[in-house]
Design a protein around this ligand. Sequence first.
Ligand SMILES: [Zn+2]
Ligand SMILES: [Zn+2]
Length: 322
Amino acid sequence: MRHSRFHSRIHFLILGLACLLLLAALLIVKLSDESDPAIPIPNERQITIIDRQGRQQQLPLEQFIIGVVAAEMPASFDEEALKAQAVAARTYILSHCPPYGQPRHDGAIVCCDSAHCQAYSDELQLREQWGENYDKYYAKIAAAVLATQGEILFSQDKIAQTPFCSTCGGRTEDAASCWGSALPYLIAVDCGYCSHSPKFCSYQLYNLDEVAAILSIDSDTLEEMAVISRTPGGRVDTVMAGDNSWSGTELRNLLALNSAAFNWLILGNNIIFTTIGYGHGVGMCQYGADGMAQAGYDYRQILQHYYPGTQIKTEQQDISAE
Ligand SMILES: [Zn+2]
Ligand SMILES: [Zn+2]
């Protein structure tokens, strides 16, 4: 009798333990569900944008940033690179919101035309682009955006300018050489992290006469073309041919070259341009950010590398400080 009561106590204990374990497992699942940041998008700050159909649309800031990061960076990139991109994008957008700055459009902060304001992909575009990976990629980018919620870059007490480019090719560019206006945190820095970019090095082949026509010179003068000076980032600053001169950026635009880090070789009737990197090179190098993340750096270190001397503040902190 005593023996069987003992056994039933053991059974009760085991059953109780099993229940407890089940409860704990359920709690863990529930907790990790709740900590999954992909689901609830905070909608404290709404912004008005002009969508790709040209209509004004109001949506939560953080939701807009998810679509911006998705448009600006491959979803396959490391989480820390996506976070760095989220902070850079949020900084740009908020720099056009009161109290930091003025909207770019009448009644809207930005438009979704990448050539004018800000590249942005809406749900329809992302579903088309990502296909069956949509849920996975959206959750990954949303997690990166929400992990940095409200964070923006400042330089001293001013919101920073946060340009970025695809691939710097080994050294970023200083803003003064590229655009003529200097900022202490937009200077040329070494980047040994973007060599995995498909556009790290490329070749563009032109016919000699074609280039001569584009530059409004004759082919003989083209043969004399030479680089006169280079920028602090190592890109072409000035090129001369006869009495004609161009800035590296001008030549890049005229010939649709990947970057202003170019060289050329004339072979018979052809001229082959070799370019290093892709884009203007100022600010964060996106492939470099991914490379840094893969090397173990976090998004704060990435931002500090490409925008040296800036500080991350959260919008809330900054507003309450005023
Ligand atoms: Zn615009
Ligand atoms: Zn780079």
